[in-house]
Design a protein around this ligand. Structure first.
Ligand SMILES: [Zn+2]
Length: 146
């Protein structure tokens, strides 16, 4: 029997810091247009959505609307369901890479005051995907063309 517990976002975002009474910037570092939260940063943010567009368009893969998705995990589930079964395993790796790079971009803006463009972040994800493929991520290699 497998017991599944809901996975909670444990990133050190402003919503979490505020809950603990710490000083925190409220507005998203990526879009400057909405309150920052885990769900906003990882799937609702316009910057993140443009990154996904830049990644998925060349692969001719769709992404779901953010409307109606209550969490990043639900959005990820919708993303998987939209894709053909043949790309889902590679898509899981891709999801991790995109999420990681968005998180790094957020932290670069927060802690170093450095800002990259959507195109730069997309390029970094493609570069990272290439490294993962060379390291043996065959499923990712099926969907990413270097
Ligand atoms: Zn945002």
């Amino acid at each position: 029997m497998v017991i599944r517990r809901p996975v909670q976002c444990a990133l050190g975002l402003s919503d979490r810091r505020r809950r603990h009474g710490l000083d925190a910037r409220i507005v998203c570092y990526l879009c400057n247009a909405a309150d920052e939260s885990c769900d906003h940063l990882l799937f609702e943010c316009s910057f993140t959505q443009r990154v996904w567009d830049g990644i998925l368009a060349p692969m001719r893969l769709d992404k779901p609307s953010t409307t109606g998705c209550g969490s990043v995990l639900e959005w990820r589930r919708c993303l998987r369901e939209l894709w053909p079964a043949s790309v889902r395993r590679g898509g899981d790796s891709l999801f991790t890479l995109v999420t990681w790079q968005v998180w790094k971009e957020r932290n670069a803006r927060c802690f170093q005051g450095e800002t990259s463009t959507v195109n730069y972040v997309v390029s970094s994800i493609r570069s990272g995907a290439g490294e993962w493929v060379r390291a043996g991520a065959r499923a990712l290699g099926c969907i990413i063309r270097e």
